[in-house]
Design a protein around this ligand. Structure first.
Ligand code: FAD
Length: 361
């Protein structure tokens, strides 16, 4: 999110400084986010990044849900009208590289292996933080504006004394990415619901598919579409629904996972963070940054609500509830307004439209 904020600031004539305690962008094989939605494409279009994403990404034309015995739902994402398709698949590591390339055109590069040291920010109107540099030396800096886009365990959030209330789901989620031999059909994403449990299938690249599940033994349930070349990544994680409120204190602002975390259902996390970043950059340029939190909180709550509902729907265990879901969900989605509302969420069009974009999305 820091990269998106810096790019939007640089495009407007600011010279942001980016520090990151990592060694470089997310390795492509370890990408958490895959889905880039239409709203993100709109936001990254003025900087020329959306067009690069279009070239690199897989378009996802269908969302399918099925039980073991029969198809339940098919959503045609091409029903979402607009300049960009509702959602595309691109590994987060590759999206980050495209943002870095766009930033390089402004002569801006992150200072890698440079960490904001933990510690309290006493005066948030005039924030002061200490940086730990790659050679171990410390540097005290006093930026006019500090944007904490430092992830779920944000040091900046803790430094301003903000809590991160919410809840964690009991269940673990598991993922595995497989590279295949030969061409694959990457134009759809699919969820198979078991009784209980689920297995999701999402395209990452022309020859790579991600499987994500609530079942530890999920790999035995995968029906591989071609010969497996290698398992490129496997991981497991627990899902939290948390957000900070307000998202700013004085001249310290929080964006992305530092401000909100939720389940990957709906592919919203990175997209919502990029939205934060782009809104904040615009507000800073307008001299209205103090409006940031009030403008972003409704969007954050909307996305948390949507992802919470979707997650509960695919993780339910009660056999009666599972049976009712499998009957009701396909019926409900026959109604145009229900389908449209779901598709608007997939495209990211359910949060406020960016006012600085003057063309139809
Ligand atoms: C399995 C899974 C699938 C997902 N799929 C999607 C999807 O399809 N679409 C989507 O939109 N979202 C998705 N998400 C969510 C998405 O990955 C996150 O919302 C997104 O990565 C958050 O980005 P961020 O920049 O806010 O935080 P991070 O990606 O965590 O980046 C934080 C950065 O801050 C740096 N940092 C941390 N501490 C310090 C410090 N003290 N000093 C300096 N630097 C520091 C880190 O090195 C890191 O580079 C998914 C998440 C998971 C777990």
């Amino acid at each position: 999110m820091g990269l998106a904020a810096a790019l939007e600031l640089a495009r407007r004539g600011f010279v942001p400084r980016i520090v990151d305690d990592g060694t470089g962008p997310t390795p492509v094989e370890e990408s958490r986010a895959l889905g880039v939605n239409a709203r993100t494409m709109t936001l990254l279009s003025p900087a020329g990044v959306a067009e690069r994403i279009t070239e690199a990404a897989q378009s996802i034309d269908y969302f399918r849900a099925r039980s073991i015995s029969k198809p339940l739902i098919e959503l045609d994402t091409r029903q979402v009208k607009g300049r960009f398709g509702a959602i595309r698949g691109l590994a987060q590591g590759r999206t980050e590289v495209l943002l870095l390339e766009a930033l390089a055109a402004y002569g801006i590069a992150p200072e890698w292996q440079t960490a904001i040291a933990a510690g309290e920010i006493a005066d948030c109107r005039s924030p002061q933080v200490t940086l730990r540099r790659p050679d171990g030396s410390m540097q005290t800096v006093r930026p006019d504006i500090l944007i904490g886009a430092d992830g779920a365990h944000s040091v900046v959030r803790k430094a301003i004394g903000a809590g991160f209330p919410g809840e964690a789901l009991e269940a673990y989620f598991y993922l595995a990415d497989f590279r295949y031999e030969g061409p694959l059909d990457t134009h759809f994403a699919e969820i198979t619901v078991f009784d209980p449990g689920m297995l999701g299938r999402l395209p990452i690249a022309a020859d790579v598919i991600r499987y994500i599940s609530t079942l530890p033994d999920f790999e035995s349930r995968i029906s591989h579409p071609a010969k497996v070349v290698e398992k490129t990544w496997a991981s497991q994680f627990r899902i939290h629904f948390r957000h900070v409120e307000p998202m700013a204190k004085g001249n310290v602002f929080l964006a992305g996972d530092a401000a909100h975390i939720h389940s990957p259902a709906g592919a919203r996390g990175m997209n919502l963070g990029i939205e934060d970043a782009c809104w904040l950059a615009w507000l800073i340029a307008e001299g209205r940054e103090q409006e940031y939190s009030a403008l972003r909180i409704p969007a954050v709550k909307q996305v948390l609500k949507q992802t919470y509902g979707l997650t509960r729907l695919v993780t339910m265990k009660n056999p009666l509830a599972v049976a009712a879901r499998n009957i009701l969900a396909p019926l409900l989605l026959r109604f145009g307004p229900v389908r449209q509302s779901l598709l608007r969420g997939v495209a990211g069009y359910d949060t406020p439209r960016p006012p600085w974009i003057d063309w139809a999305e």
